[in-house]
Ligand binder design. Structure first.
Ligand code: F6R
Length: 241
């Protein structure tokens, strides 16, 4: 595991963008894993800016989403498919159909989760961008999730629903379920870039990287992966040394 503590915090995004750009330039058919969430917003803004400057090209890339709410219709601005589209992929040159995620309105979400899992197993992600929740969750794998979990339908914890309600009109509008890549699915990626910023993530990062590997902290499963790069600002990394 490589940990990069980047200061000032504003440089975290360009550091992560640099890792993505190196990967996209070198892989014959890049397979990028994308996360939603506030942490990634300026990473995507930086990638869009660099694409406009001709520094990166996504036309050979395929992108895979980590997770999706169950039950939000296709037009809903907060479905992760649309969030990724609005914040990143529609601004650059991904080909039509090359941004792939679980279908949150599939008539059978359990079968849909299985289908997505098979797809990722058949050809794993090359570079996975990953955020971490304050409670140590990765994707929607909440504390208590087994580290051998596959893509599946999960119920969202009250904490996660409350945290995500900032993107909805009210807490009642936040879906109660999601389809998420499992922990073992995420660990299939060849290279995982875990990004964390701000003091609010410091304890989660400490527990994930230095604590016991346990179901209590889903992010601690990353200790079992041989190619993880952590990019954090000093506030998030404050308990790492
Ligand atoms: C997003 C996701 C989540 C976030 C995590 C951190 O697809 O799966 O696990 O990465 O909740 O969210 P932010 O970046 O908003 O702090």
């Amino acid at each position: 595991m490589v940990t990069l503590v980047v200061e000032p915090p504003g440089r975290v995004a360009s550091r992560v963008a640099g890792i993505v750009e190196t990967y996209v330039a070198s892989a014959p058919l890049p397979r990028l894993g994308l996360a939603t969430g506030g942490t990634m917003l300026d990473v995507y803004e930086t990638l869009i800016q660099h694409w406009r400057e001709g520094r990166v090209d996504f036309s050979r890339s395929t992108a895979f989403l980590l997770d999706e709410y169950v039950g939000l219709d296709r037009q809903h601005a907060q479905s992760y498919r649309n969030v990724i589209r609005y914040t990143f992929t529609s601004h650059v040159d991904f080909r039509l159909g090359s941004v792939i995620g679980p279908d949150g309105i599939a008539t059978d979400p359990v079968a849909e989760a299985h289908r997505y899992e098979q797809k990722l197993r058949a050809a794993p992600v090359g570079l996975q961008l990953l955020g971490i929740g304050r409670n140590g969750h990765i994707a929607f794998n909440e504390p208590g999730s087994h580290h051998d979990t596959k893509t599946r339908v999960v119920s969202l914890s009250p904490d996660t629903r409350r945290a995500n309600s900032r993107f909805f009109h009210s807490l009642a509008d936040v879906p109660t379920q999601a389809i998420t890549q499992g922990i073992s699915t995420i660990l299939k990626a060849h290279h995982i870039v875990l990004v964390a910023r701000g003091e609010g993530k410091a304890r989660a990062l400490e527990a994930a990287l230095l604590g016991d590997v346990s179901r209590t902290v889903p992010g601690s499963a990353l200790q079992g992966h041989s190619n993880v790069t952590v990019v954090a600002d000093a506030a998030a990394a404050r308990y790492l040394s």
